[in-house]
Design a protein around this ligand. Sequence first.
Ligand SMILES: [Fe+2]
Ligand SMILES: [Fe+2]
Length: 285
Amino acid sequence: MSNPVGATRITILVDNKANDDLLAEHGLSVWVEAAGRRLLFDTGQGPALASNAGKLGVALHSADTLVLSHGHYDHSGGVPLVIASAPAVHVYGHPAVTTQRYAIRNGTARPIGMPESARSALERVPPERLHWTTHPMEVAPGICLTGPIPRLTDYEDIGGPFFVDREGRHSDPIDDDLALCIRTEMGLVVVAGCGHAGVINTLKYAQRLSGAFRIHAVFGGFHLGEASEARVERTMGALAELGPDLIVPCHCTGELGVEKLRQTFGERVHVGSAGARYTFDGTWR
Ligand SMILES: [Fe+2]
Ligand SMILES: [Fe+2]
């Protein structure tokens, strides 16, 4: 990766939790200002995005970059709004973001893929502004997308009963899952969507891509809600070895995961919510 970026500001726009009069929603959207870029990472389901952005003074129309962490509806529902309102936005995501997929619980298949309106909106993006990413890439100096994340740990999985067919014959590998890495002066700031590749796989890969740079902060859904106790324990152990200074569990981390993080890492954990802002310039707290 390139040299560190200057001051980086992160604002959580959409999350399962919300501050003050902002809307909460099962979903995630994060606004990143770094290296002169205005980047939106995921869009939530749609309804909360414009309302929360307006109340937080975030000008969505000024977004130059939209990154889709993966194609689930709770990350891609606001795509039509962003594409319609940000005329210069470049869109990045893995080609599999548009595939249909399902969660199957108690024998019932529920479609959880990108809504049709988001697929159509992507089709209208001019090809020079639509970037399908199957490999790691820098979207700006010091700002990197991991692309598909190698699944190396033996205790992490995709985090739920996810399939590519309604019948549940074929598990969904969620190959499109990617994370955003920003190289700041204090170390890497990593933002994950749902963490379907596993938060430890994600952080280790981010570190490898950056040339073993240290992890300063991690944001995102860690998808531990349906994780076994063994997975949660091993995740805590691996996270302790990686030693981030700030851990911001959001969205689908799950109550058990959040509780374990708090017990293990104390003040280093700040539970994410819409409206929370973080500045990485050496004085984040
Ligand atoms: Fe999610
Ligand atoms: Fe997801």
